[in-house]
Design a protein around this ligand. Structure first.
Ligand SMILES: NC(=O)C1=CN([C@@H]2O[C@H](COP(=O)(O)OP(=O)(O)OC[C@H]3O[C@@H](n4cnc5c(N)ncnc54)[C@H](O)[C@@H]3O)[C@@H](O)[C@H]2O)[C@H](O)CC1
Ligand SMILES: [K+]
Length: 502
């Protein structure tokens, strides 16, 4: 699914009206109908109490007026408060005229803001994608008043005051803190960034039949990967597929006290469908590794406590390095030799990333399409401290294009960046996955899919991230989020991949 800017969204509205030969009023009616349907499912008219609809002067306010009419007709108690302005949009005026007289309407005024009881339902239809500048004056006062009321706020399209696609020009200007945000057609970049989480709340995208041809042709670096995404599916195994098709992977992992990372990562690689797995680990881990992962082969390093040797890479179709590795200087030398000599896909994680961050000259050696899987801290060590989440995305795009690699920037909506600068946000996963070893599991899964001879680098990586999150969702359904541990992710990779197989 593509993510478009506010400007592209306006063009998309126009294209939809033209292609479907409908008026903007009709499109607004569709939007309001979709909002109303969501309301009927979420809040029963008997329990909703009186709903306050705050309407701005543009089409966002028009949506609010149309929604107020539909909710009133469906038996909800509704009152409307209008932000006074000289000019309102044509569709606003249409919907103002069609609002039944039985719905109370008041004008917002500085000295007399409407009383909002704690827990009341409020619809924020002040501003959407047309926001042109930070909120000030009466609009800012209304939003500040709403935010301190502890109401349940449902934002139409965007929380008012928030930009759809970029950082706030004035961080001091107020933004509505919504419990729910209901966007139209496509997710917005703003929904996916941690810095906006308190404003956006739980978000949903409502289908209003926007023109698919325009969306297909729109240029954007931003995408959202969902379970149903056909580009990310796992091809079914052919009856005559054999171990070589699925590859032989090598995993360099573990150090004293961190053998669990190697065990978890290897487990994920095996559950990810790799043909064969060999792990190269420090001597200290031999017994535990062989006992817990009998399906894998095991090479032990001359050093007991850390990895100091690079084995012959001849047999392998992909190599992963990093989980639990430690940052010994001999390990740095192994990483350097790997980068200099490998002819097969590489997956780099954890301490191997920290070593890259501490020895930036090694970045120049990264083979094309190498997959790096940093969390935000590791990514900062590879680049620089970002001043906000949008800047971090700029840093990500600069990094992937410069180094021609695939970066998995891990977080709530993990971003997979490709060498051409395209970024794919992931939809699956839950906060229970913020637990030790979760990243090691992802590394093993990426490694398995990079060894799979049927998949390209971006496909393999996006699929691994999607399946990892889905495994987390399946696991959390059994354990709860707090009870989820990384081993549960390994156990659910099989069912997660099965759900993604075509
Ligand atoms: N496909 C869709 O996404 C659809 C969206 N719809 C809704 O339309 C709005 C966008 O409407 P638009 O009229 O372009 O913009 P807004 O209503 O957000 O606001 C414009 C309005 O506000 C004034 N203004 C802008 N910034 C400020 C400010 N800081 N302070 C005061 N006033 C400001 C501006 O001058 C205009 O008068 C979209 O979000 C959806 O909700 C359609 O209904 C259906 C399809
Ligand atoms: K809004």
């Amino acid at each position: 699914m593509k993510i478009l800017t506010a400007a592209q969204t306006h063009q998309l509205d126009q294209a939809t009206m033209q292609a479907q030969n409908i008026t903007s009023t009709e499109l607004m009616e569709r939007a309001a109908g979709a909002l109303a349907e969501w309301f009927y499912g979420e809040f029963h008219s008997n329990e909703a109490g009186e709903i306050l609809v705050l309407c701005g002067p543009g089409n966002n306010g028009g949506d609010g007026l149309a929604l107020a009419r539909l909710l009133h007709a469906a038996g909800y108690a509704v009152r409307v408060a209008l932000l006074p302005t000289e000019k309102q949009s044509a569709d606003w005026q249409h919907n103002r005229q069609h609002l039944p007289a039985a719905v109370p309407v008041a004008e917002l005024a500085a000295g007399a803001l409407p009383a909002i009881a704690p827990g009341a339902l409020v619809i924020d239809a002040l501003f959407g994608t047309g926001l042109a500048r930070p909120l000030a004056g009466l609009a800012a006062a209304v939003v500040a008043h709403l935010n301190q009321a502890r109401a349940h706020v449902v934002a139409v399209d965007l929380p008012s005051g928030l930009l759809a696609d970029g950082p706030q020009p004035d961080p001091g200007a107020p933004v509505v803190r919504a419990s729910y945000t209901l966007g139209f057609g496509l997710p917005k970049l703003a929904f996916l960034l941690p810095q906006n989480a308190d404003y956006v709340g739980e978000w949903h995208v409502l289908d209003i039949g926007l023109d698919q041809d325009f969306i297909d042709q729109a240029a954007t670096p931003w995408h959202f990967t969902q379970l149903a995404d056909a580009n990310v599916a796992l091809p079914r195994r052919g009856r005559f597929g054999y171990k070589n098709t699925f590859g032989h992977a090598l995993l360099l992992a573990g150090s004293r006290g961190k053998m669990g990372a190697a065990v978890l990562s290897a487990g994920a690689c095996l559950r990810g469908g790799v043909g064969l797995l060999t792990a190269h680990i420090p001597g200290v881990g031999y017994d535990v590794f062989q006992t817990t992962r009998p399906e894998a082969m095991c090479l032990t390093d001359a050093q007991a406590d850390f990895v100091s040797e690079l084995p012959d890479l001849g047999p392998y179709q992909a190599v992963g390095i990093g989980p639990g590795l430690g940052q010994a200087d001999a390990t740095r030398a192994v990483l350097e030799e790997l980068l200099r000599t490998a002819k097969v896909p590489l997956v780099i994680d954890a301490d191997a990333l920290n070593l890259l961050g501490a020895h930036r000259e090694l970045l120049e050696l990264l083979p094309e399409n190498t997959v790096l899987t940093p969390h935000i801290g590791e990514f900062t060590r590879l680049t620089e401290k970002a001043h906000d989440d949008y800047h971090r995305l700029d840093l990500l795009r600069a990094f992937i294009q410069k180094h021609r690699c695939v970066v998995v920037l891990k977080g709530a909506y993990t971003a997979v960046g490709a060498p051409d600068g395209q970024v794919y946000f992931n939809s699956t996963g839950n906060p229970g996955m913020g637990t030790g070893g979760s990243g090691d599991v992802l590394t093993g899964l990426v490694l398995a899919l990079r060894a799979d001879q049927r998949l390209g680098p971006l496909h393999a990586t996006r699929l691994a991230v999607l399946a990892h999150g889905h495994a987390g969702d399946l696991a959390a359904a059994e354990t709860g989020e707090a009870g989820l541990i990384a081993g549960d992710l390994v156990a659910h990779i099989g069912p997660a991949l099965q759900a993604l197989t075509v």
